[in-house]
Design a protein around this ligand. Structure first.
Ligand SMILES: NC(=O)C1=CN([C@@H]2O[C@H](COP(=O)(O)OP(=O)(O)OC[C@H]3O[C@@H](n4cnc5c(N)ncnc54)[C@H](O)[C@@H]3O)[C@@H](O)[C@H]2O)[C@H](O)CC1
Ligand SMILES: [K+]
Length: 520
């Protein structure tokens, strides 16, 4: 499990160390870890550190201090290190250490400042140490102009190796929001704990590979602000049948999906629920869709019942279920009922209305993409549940903020789907997953995800401690968010199985099965 913290959480954990006068020692530890990561990149790139051209972009605060101390270490190992001071001052001890090790300093505001971009572009490695957790907004003035000039001058697919100190300057350490120009990092070395912004879109795309350097303050850190499941967590947490299990105890998934116009959504959703290991899958819908479902997945029990007439552990409602009054009535019954449900696509509007009326039942998991979430937020604002609602671009700029706002306003888990998917629970729990291949962006992939999620939800619906092995944070209502993250992780891993390439959703469902077999 990757655990990430906010800047404020890490600073609070540092406070006792700083009060004891251990600040300089912490910085030296951080800088040493940063220098090691830089050395590794330089050896990969050119075989050795000695003789490498290194530029440290150094801001005025402690982030700059970390960069300067790391530059000093690289200079002692034979690198030619130039620090570019982006502000009107530098961390004094860091600057002294760099100069003592033979490094040089150039002031961006001084006479040599105009040549800084050229020096950056010609470097083997650049340390981005302008802004860290103390940043307010992004790069400004001369520093922003320098980075923009570098971005404009970067050759395609080449250029210096960029190592970001704690967080790429301009990426919000807590939010992942991108402010102004940012130098994309190949590696981000963070201190004490990964900062939440490294695991949140859109900033995550600018962070490269994440490395965390322990500072010794980890036991003092509070519960993380954000978590991410890794493959071994999926292996440990995915619900498995025991010797005494039977189809009902493993979880029955009820699927209200498909319509005469969109029968395919029902086929993909039911297939995925079967392939993800549901104890049993029921489908409710129109006769023609039911016939197709039974032909594609004979395992599925299809009927035209109303949800109140059948017993299931979890529902999946919405995929392809539009323009059909019978499906809409089924969806309303599920939304206001007490059985957990994945609420996708065509059911999101009804969910917003039910939430505004205070009628949305417990254990609901909404699965919008950014455009759908903007629409849900607009509905909630129109219904007086939210004060403001952003456009789609606003959701994309701050996905965690808006997923959390929708979760708080509806009382449902919100799964904001994207290259990095954000899972926000109403109590504040936040997970993100970035397992999927870009090929996953295809029609039907969401229907498949909904089916997989239904299978996990059904398995944990009657077991508040289903994921207790992950920690007490995963218990109770939070298990629905964990179930959602597990489904997103497996769906993403399935898209990468066997290499990158097209993964039509029907193939994806089979690969979900393969991922689960491999993790068994
Ligand atoms: N505290 C410790 O002992 C350790 C900290 N580490 C590193 O320190 C940074 C956080 O340092 P801090 O000095 O608090 O903040 P920053 O360096 O991020 O920046 C503050 C600096 O920059 C000015 N500033 C703020 N916003 C802007 C802006 N948009 N443009 C220009 N300048 C800005 C502000 O006025 C300050 O002067 C943390 O990230 C770690 O890298 C180490 O972990 C070691 C222990
Ligand atoms: K930085």
């Amino acid at each position: 499990m990757i655990e990430a913290h906010t800047g404020a959480q890490v600073r609070a954990a540092e406070t006792p160390f700083l009060e004891r006068g251990d600040g300089p020692a912490l910085m030296r530890r951080a800088a040493h870890g940063l220098a090691l990561a830089c050395s590794r990149r330089l050896r990969e790139r050119r075989g050795k550190v000695a003789g490498a051209r290194v530029v440290v972009l150094a801001g005025t605060g402690n982030n700059g201090g970390d960069g300067l101390w790391a530059g000093a270490e690289l200079a002692r190992r034979g690198a030619a290190v130039l620090a570019v001071a982006t502000g009107d001052r530098l961390h004094p001890e860091g600057e002294a250490a760099l100069r003592a090790a033979g490094g040089r300093v150039l002031s961006l505001g001084g006479p040599e400042g105009a040549g800084a971009a050229g020096r950056v572009l010609a470097a083997d490695l650049v340390v981005d140490a302008v802004l860290g957790t103390g940043a307010r907004g992004g790069l400004r003035g001369a520093a922003a102009a320098l980075v923009q000039e570098v971005l404009d001058g970067l050759p395609d697919g080449a250029g210096p190796e960029v190592v970001a100190c704690d967080v790429p300057s301009g990426v919000g350490a807590d939010t992942g929001a991108v402010h102004g120009p940012v130098l994309p990092a190949g590696t981000t070395v963070s201190f004490g704990s990964a900062k939440a912004g490294l695991l949140l879109p859109p900033g995550e795309a600018l962070c490269g590979r994440a490395v965390t350097v322990p500072l010794g303050l980890e036991p003092a850190l509070p519960a993380p602000a954000l978590r991410r499941l890794e493959p071994e967590d999926v292996a440990a947490l995915w619900p498995r049948p025991g010797a005494g299990s039977h189809k009902y105890s493993r979880g029955v998934v009820g699927v209200v999906a498909g319509s005469a116009t969109y029968p395919g959504a029902a086929l993909m959703c039911t297939r995925a629920a079967v392939d993800a290991g549901a104890g049993m899958v029921r489908h409710l819908g129109d006769p023609e869709t039911r016939r197709l479902v039974c032909l594609t997945s004979p395992e599925v029990v299809a009927s035209e019942d109303h949800p109140t007439e059948v017993h299931v552990q979890a529902w999946v409602v919405g995929p392809g279920a539009v323009g059909d009054p019978a499906q809409e009535s089924r969806i309303d019954a599920v939304l206001t009922g007490a059985v957990p449900a994945v609420v996708d696509a065509g059911a999101l509007g009804a969910a917003a209305r039910a939430a505004a009326d205070g009628a949305l039942g417990p254990g609901k998991v909404l699965t919008p993409h950014a455009g759908e979430l903007a629409q849900v937020l607009a509905w909630l604002a129109a219904l007086g549940v939210l004060e403001e609602a952003p456009e789609r671009e606003g959701v994309e700029a701050e996905p965690a903020r808006w997923a959390a706002a929708a979760a708080a306003a509806t009382g449902a888990v919100v799964v904001l789907k994207g290259a990095t998917t954000v899972v926000a629970a109403p109590g504040g729990l936040l997970l993100t997953q970035a397992d999927g291949s870009p090929w996953l962006a295809t029609a039907g992939s969401g229907d498949t995800l909904a089916g997989v999620m239904g299978a996990v939800l059904a398995a944990c619906a009657e077991h508040p401690d289903a994921f207790a092995a992950a920690g007490s944070w995963a218990r109770g209502e939070n298990r629905f968010a964990v179930a959602a993250a597990l489904a997103v992780a497996v769906h993403g891993q399935a898209s990468r199985l066997g290499g990158l390439g097209p993964v039509p959703p029907t193939v994806l469902a089979q690969r979900v099965r393969d991922v689960l077999r491999a993790r068994a």
